[in-house]
Write a protein that binds this ligand. Sequence first.
Ligand SMILES: [Zn+2]
Length: 202
Amino acid sequence: MENITKFILIFSVILIIFIIILPNKSENNINKINIQKVSKNSSENHKSMENSSIIHNANSLVLSCIDYRFIGPTMDYIYGLNNKNDFDYFVLAGSSLGYNQSIDTSGIWSITYEEHIRIAIKLHHIKEIIVIDHMDCGYYSAIYGEEVNTPEKEEYRHKYNINKFIDTLKNNPEFSYLSYTGLLINVDDENNLKFNVIYEDH
Ligand SMILES: [Zn+2]
């Protein structure tokens, strides 16, 4: 009888140890699998990024304003323009004005933008910069106030800033060989958009 009690006690202890250890062990395995999966994916991602720098070329780097109303139409316009979907894309509030203001005030937007031109050249060998301003721009109002309170006054400022933006980059020896296109999106009373060419190198 004493032996049977001993046996039951030892068996219970062993059973409890298994119950405690086994789930932890399988949990460890799951963690290990997940970690392996993550590291495998990250090395694959890295590999595909390396490959993409070799095989992908883009024609242009497009700069536009952040305004959500114009992003879709801008994409449609650019797709129709070069028919290849082959462009890199960057946004600054006010587009040309965002860059020019930063140059004038020694800000960081122009530094960041120029860094991205270098990256687009290095990775995708872009040949052209397309800058797109739009009328009814909140950033122009924020910077110029009353000076852009009519469409005529605002249009004048856009043309000035698009040309200044292109002149500044063309005078930079790093970017002088690129082609430049400057566009201004006009908005009529019925909210129809029209892309007007302000500057074109070719
Ligand atoms: Zn805007």
